[in-house]
Design a protein. Structure first.
Length: 321
């Protein structure tokens, strides 16, 4: 993963030829060639093309385009955007090879400031993004977003679990980046859980999951969930009750035939505690339960009775046996 993560404004300015600082250009070029967030890179190039289409440019060659595609890891068979990316290809190739700007140089502009929010334990954390979209963070989750509303691509970076209700804007796609995968939406309500595995659950609207190279993996319909093994890359599509899965957004922990280790993972973040399961046979135990603003000891008492285990408190750790 690249250490330097440019926001949409900075990346668009780069493709427009507005970034003049050598160190910043080098960081951006390293980010692009890493192949990370290829769908995001593509969206920023599209925005730059729209912003600068009136400027005079040199013709792009097919070899330039092929070189750029290898560097950025972007396939475009699904969309007819060859002229845009070919122009961006010439820009990138010239910058990397000769260090000069392809489009007419302009004065550098300021970049957007990024805000990082981490939800405290005990209850969901709600916030409104600058574009009006609503986000609910599961306790312990972290969201990184721009503090002002961008004019083109809307983007956030998520670690953990969150529910999104996105304001529909046809010309400004919304991207949720979680490592090697990006969830692309226009206007919809959905959950992204980026913990042990990656799970995207759609409540309403439509979302598309993109792979790291920008290729679409799956489009979801309401009450569908895609779960991806982040190590193996294998995925599974299932039909679910999305309202039950996302009930936590209103302060209710609801589990429908969930494995005990998954339930304990939620409890650890919700209550900011450590839970260790000593008896291996309990890991796959299925749990159906619902808790609303219940203290942890009450939750553990109910679970121990329904799932048939005992537990003890060892300092800051709950041990299930």
């Amino acid at each position: 993963m690249a250490d330097f993560l440019p926001d949409s404004t900075l990346l668009i300015q780069y493709f427009e030829g507005k970034v003049s600082t050598p160190a910043t250009r080098a960081d951006i070029e390293a980010y692009i060639t890493s192949g990370e967030d290829a769908a995001f890179v593509q969206a920023c190039m599209e925005a730059a093309w729209k912003n600068t289409s009136h400027l005079e440019t040199d013709p792009a060659t097919d070899s330039d385009w092929q070189q750029f595609r290898r560097l950025a890891g972007i396939e475009t068979k699904r969309r007819k955007i060859y002229p845009l990316l070919a122009a961006a290809a010439v820009l990138l190739v010239l910058l990397l090879a000769a260090g000069w700007i392809f489009f007419k140089p302009q004065q550098p502009a300021g970049t957007l400031a990024w805000q990082t929010v981490t939800a405290a334990p005990g209850a969901p954390h709600q916030l409104q993004l600058p574009d009006g979209s609503q986000v609910t963070l599961f306790p312990g989750a972290t969201l990184r977003y721009t503090k002002t509303s961008p004019t083109t691509v809307r983007e956030v970076h998520l670690s953990g679990r969150a529910f999104f209700h996105i304001t529909a804007t046809a010309e400004r796609p919304f991207l949720v980046t979680t490592g090697q995968y990006t969830t692309q939406v226009l206007g919809t309500s959905f959950e992204v859980d980026n913990r042990q595995s990656l799970a995207v659950t759609l409540l309403s609207g439509k979302v598309r999951l993109l792979q790291h190279n920008g290729q679409p993996l799956m489009e979801l319909q309401p009450n569908q969930q895609i779960t991806i093994d982040k190590q193996q890359g294998q995925f599974r599509l299932t039909t679910v009750e999305a309202a039950t899965i996302t009930a936590w957004t209103s302060g209710k922990l609801s589990f429908d035939q969930e494995k005990l280790n998954t339930v304990c993972a939620d409890l650890q973040q919700w209550y900011k505690t450590t839970i260790r399961i000593e008896r291996t046979a309990l890991l796959q135990k299925r749990i159906t339960a619902e808790f609303t603003q219940a203290p942890l000891h009450a939750v553990m008492d109910i679970l121990s009775q329904t799932a048939g285990f005992r537990y003890r408190q060892e300092k800051d750790t709950i041990v299930i046996y």
